[in-house]
Ligand binder design. Structure first.
Ligand SMILES: [Zn+2]
Length: 488
């Protein structure tokens, strides 16, 4: 389509001519994509120019764009937020002289700082419209204020990724099984899905049996696929659905699912395979964070996570020293989301706490022009989270049908090393224990031992997962109520 080509051209030339992409270009790209779908049923072949998929750009041009974006963002933050005004004053920093090489003079912003005083990061030049709260599975939720313009950008990005990433078309129906209180993702999914012309169903994080029933129920809508075709979930809730489907005798053919988008938590390889087999759908995943949207990451076929470089500045730093991580080592993602894509809550060098490994060799994949890391390994919570990351524990446990899902485990540091406590169906299962031990050794996990439990009460405290944000429904309450009401 002419319109699409035009805005893509504008997008491409914005980078080449060394101008930032304007937020309204993003909205235009999303709108044109929807119009192309409505007219031709498929996105244009030229969609390779869409955000995050832009081709290689001259490194010198990229550096100039980066410097300009860093300075503009630092200037906005130092002028308009209480937190960074104080930081820049105290250190005598001038935002307009910063370069990518001297960017490390700006101190790293901790999650605790944002959590402690979110208003100090809100630009006085913006109009806060929506308060987004993170789920807070790692502690107190973090407050991030969004302006109306930021919500629009976020919906535009969500529209592009639903069409190109999840293959959503107007005859599809998308269900959202994330927490119903997660306003921003819920609004994003609903708004982008219905803009595409597809239909939207809010399921919420309900009893997995109720969710599977709803996914299997015929819709009976003219012009729509017979059942729900797309699903958005967190990894732990997906694992709860897999548990229910495998044990409840469900077949993949009971569902009409084509694609399941998983985000927000570490998705292990075995869970991905089991979910694809149990629910009969393609599993896609991406990396996005409330604090740093629209920057994010996309996995490639070679197993990297590639990060967009247009909307923010990415650094991988040691979680303790904040020095750059060397290739082959594990560090945390530190992001600076750029103005004007972000104009309300402004963050410079924000320590997300998300652990990744830097590849030892330069990638040669189709996304090689974008910065690459490993997939997210887990969340930094001390040295143990780096030596035995969440991803390696989930790869170990979620491959075992004898471990009920979501997997419940605790790592306990002891004198001789960390011990992994796991909730299983039958703790007497010695073959399970030796298999887990062998696989842990094979995976190079420095564990001192594995202890199996069948009573959650006997397990050391485990971390919460998003599947724990269970929402009550009368459907799951009813059978119990009927049993009570019926004469024995
Ligand atoms: Zn790659």
């Amino acid at each position: 389509m002419f319109g699409t080509a035009l805005s893509q051209l504008r997008y491409g030339s914005a980078i080449l001519r060394n101008r930032p992409i304007r937020p309204r270009d993003l909205e235009r790209i999303a709108r044109d994509l929807v119009a192309t779908l409505a007219e031709f049923g498929e996105p244009g072949a030229d969609s390779a120019l869409l955000p995050g998929q832009a081709g290689a750009v001259d490194p010198a041009v990229r550096r100039t764009v980066t410097e300009r974006s860093l300075r503009a963002t630092a200037r906005a933050a130092a002028r308009h937020t209480a937190h960074y005004r104080r930081v820049f004053d105290e250190r005598g920093l001038d935002p307009l002289t910063l370069t990518p090489e001297t960017w490390d003079q700006v101190p790293v912003t901790s999650k605790a700082a944002l959590r402690g005083l979110p208003a100090a990061f809100v630009s006085t030049a913006s109009t806060p419209a929506l308060m987004a709260l993170t789920t807070g599975t790692s502690g107190t939720p973090t407050t991030v204020w969004y302006s109306r313009a930021e919500v629009e950008i976020s919906v535009a990005m969500s529209t592009v990724s639903a069409v190109l990433g999840m293959g959503l078309r107007p005859h599809h129906t998308m269900a959202y099984a994330g927490c119903s209180r997660a306003t921003l993702p819920l609004l994003n999914v609903e708004e982008s899905v219905t803009r595409i012309g597809a239909s939207f169903v809010q399921i919420g994080t309900v009893d997995p049996a109720v969710a599977l029933d709803r996914l299997a129920t015929p819709l009976g809508l003219r012009g729509k696929a017979p059942q729900i075709t797309h699903l958005t979930v967190s990894a732990s809730y997906l694992s709860a659905l897999v548990e229910e489907a495998e044990r409840g005798g469900w077949q993949p053919s009971d569902f009409g699912l084509e694609s399941i988008g998983v985000g927000g938590e570490v998705l292990s390889e075995p869970l991905r395979d089991r979910a694809a087999a149990a629910l009969g759908a393609r599993i896609t995943t991406s990396y996005m964070m409330t604090e740093t949207v629209p920057s994010g990451g996309t996995p490639c076929d070679e197993g990297h996570l590639h990060h967009t470089s247009e909307f923010g500045h990415l650094e991988i730093l040691d979680p303790v020293t904040h020095l750059p991580t060397s290739p082959g080592a594990v560090g945390i993602i530190v992001q600076t989301p750029y103005v004007p894509y972000r104009d309300c809550t402004l963050l410079l060098r924000y320590a997300t706490g998300d652990l990744v490994e830097l590849p030892e060799t330069a990638p040669t994949c189709e996304l090689a022009h974008l910065p690459a890391t490993s997939p997210i390994l887990g969340r930094w919570s001390g040295p143990l989270s780096r030596t035995v990351p969440t991803r390696s524990v989930l790869n170990l446990l979620e491959a075992e049908p004898a471990v009920p899902l979501p997997a419940r485990y605790a790592l306990v540091e002891e004198a001789r090393g960390p011990r992994l406590h796991v909730l299983v169906r039958r703790p007497q299962d010695t073959t399970l224990l030796s298999r887990l031990e062998d696989r842990a050794t094979e995976a190079g996990l420095p564990l001192e031992g594995i202890v199996l439990h069948d009573d959650p009460a006997g397990l050391p405290p485990t971390g919460p997962v998003r599947a724990d944000l269970r929402e009550h429904t009368f459907e799951s309450a009813r059978p119990a109520a009927v049993r009570v009401a019926s004469p024995a």
